[in-house]
Design a protein around this ligand. Sequence first.
Ligand SMILES: Cc1cc2nc3c(=O)[nH]c(=O)nc-3n(C[C@H](O)[C@H](O)[C@H](O)COP(=O)(O)OP(=O)(O)OC[C@H]3O[C@@H](n4cnc5c(N)ncnc54)[C@H](O)[C@@H]3O)c2cc1C
Length: 376
Amino acid sequence: MSRASYDVAIAGAGIVGAACADELARRGLRVAVIGEDIVGSGATAAGMGHIVVMDDSEAQFALTRYSQQLWQALRPELPSNVEYEQCGTIWVAAGDEEMIEVHRKHAYYGERGVTTKVLDAKELKNLEPNLRLGMSGGLLVPEDAVISPSSAALFLMERAQALGARLMLGAKVARIGEGTVCLTDGTEMSAEIIVNAAGVSSPDLTPGIDVKKRKGHLVITDRYPGFVRHELVELGYLKSAHALSGDSVAFNVQPRRAGQVLIGSSRQTGAEYKEVDHAILARMLERAQQYLPGLSQMATVRTWTGFRPATPDNLPLIGPWIGDKSVFLATGHEGLGITTSLGTGRILADQITGTKPAIPVEPYLPARKAKEHAHT
Ligand SMILES: Cc1cc2nc3c(=O)[nH]c(=O)nc-3n(C[C@H](O)[C@H](O)[C@H](O)COP(=O)(O)OP(=O)(O)OC[C@H]3O[C@@H](n4cnc5c(N)ncnc54)[C@H](O)[C@@H]3O)c2cc1C
């Protein structure tokens, strides 16, 4: 019996695999996606769904901004269950010294065409009356949005399928390489290109890539419509996001369409168990209550954990793998993979089809690690 053959086979049906499938199918390629369980499981099911422009590095800014614009363009086509809400982000300054960072961010975004507004204490209080008294102000980024990540992944996958992509669920990839995908049940498939989009499991399929699990906790409350109106994030968030070791928490709270309040976030490296860690959960909630005291009175309905696929330099791996010319990587998106899934799909498809990408891809190429090693 001849084995199935595709232009591109994608291992992993999270939001990154779905976005890659959608983009590659739109370019007329014969695509297969293999997912071990359901579409949008893994980190995608655990994520907050904040579509956010970030400025930790030029490369991070470029990919988040490009992706955000792709989400905006897609917005008219998104079904209502994706719950796209352009609520904006407010980066909250808890003290006067944090206003320095507000002004820095305002200038950085402004120079790059992103509209923001510096808020003084009174304006902040008017926009978010439930923040505790004594906040110094903040930065409003009106174009940031929130979505429901799993529904978005499903939408992208269904679009890919409508364009002819084949979706194989309940199928676990055992090995990839040299144009062959081997499933754990012994099935083999041929593909010109194999994309490793297996999130935190990507190193199992491509040994040697440095992607580690970074655990996070989230809590969602019962319905309290209007309690928060924007995604509220403390200015210290990036420090927490980029701590490469140890545990950290940061205030990050999101309004959901149904009136629930989604409370994050924590980061733990080296915590491989998926069970709730009550010590860090307590720290996370305490931090949130320091900003929003009213949270302490609220009923919560669910707590969960997830694992972000993290790289040492906090940038994803998007492009050809140096160890095998048939393998491309689309992994390592850490806490920004919902946002950057669309940009990832585009620049991966650009590289596969030899199209000029809209943003420089060098910072995300897996080969950057090899170059670094060559210079040390
Ligand atoms: C608590 C938390 C909050 C977050 N908040 C945000 C946010 O607000 N905004 C944002 O942009 N990002 C956020 N993220 C990050 C985001 O969720 C991830 O970066 C993103 O979901 C990664 O998507 P992925 O498709 O690469 O991986 P995953 O979603 O993990 O998908 C990988 C898929 O591959 C499958 N798979 C693995 N191995 C195999 C195999 N061998 N064979 C077949 N299938 C396989 C898995 O089952 C899974 O379905 C958050 C993450 C967490 C944990």
